[in-house]
Design a protein around this ligand. Sequence first.
Ligand code: AMP
Length: 252
Amino acid sequence: MKVLVAVKRVVDYSVRVRVRADGSGVETANVKMSMNPFDEIAVEEAVRWRESGQAEELTVLSAGPDACQETLRTALAMGADRGIHLRVPDPGGALEPLALAKLLAQQVAREPVDIVLLGKQAIDDDANQTGQMLAGLLGWPQGTFCSAIRFVGEGLEVVREVDGGLEHLALELPAVLTTDLRLNEPRYVKLPNIMKAKKKPIEVREAAELGVDIAPRVQIIQVAEPARRTAGVVLNDATELVARLREEAKVI
Ligand code: AMP
């Protein structure tokens, strides 16, 4: 079984995000960047399949500027076999989910796999679209927000976290899966594995060569910080609260 995992380089989850002075987007210069946390979970899951012999090849793919190769190296240090960097030179680095889904569909057409595993969403755009769009383009079954994945016979059983509880789905392969937070806990990457990963292959391809129109379809008009919250006040009793709600907030 061959597995492809898509990993995105995003602003690290622990960084306090700042908006660029001109309001055109989020500041990424001199900011710590890391692998999207849901993608780390995806890599961990696929590495476990690789280690248990369920997967025979694990490829990781990242699309974007040259710095994406750092993210691929992390995935290789976690245990992936090889990386593919689909190069989209800066400043055209912001790829929309549809563009990425089309690139992944082209990649899968060139090098077939049994499972494409993605994060359920990227924490920078919070789009939660790429996996679903890819499944649509390929015409494959999809299991999104997976909190458990099991191989059963020739196919898969997945547990999905949905509003009403847990949904169990049986899927045939090939399939597209996206990971939720509770699927696993990604491993800590050890130094010897980081050294070994330096020797693993990363193939660099120009995204433009895949013949996909990746031009943005959405124009960002303005990005703004949320309004600052004002400090709270401590009231003496419920009577005062009711008076304030009536006279100041005018909500009752
Ligand atoms: P999104 O639909 O943007 O929330 O992203 C969902 C998932 O698609 C991510 O968790 C990644 O697995 C994958 N993905 C999105 N953008 C990229 C990218 N530029 N390179 C590789 N994978 C990506």
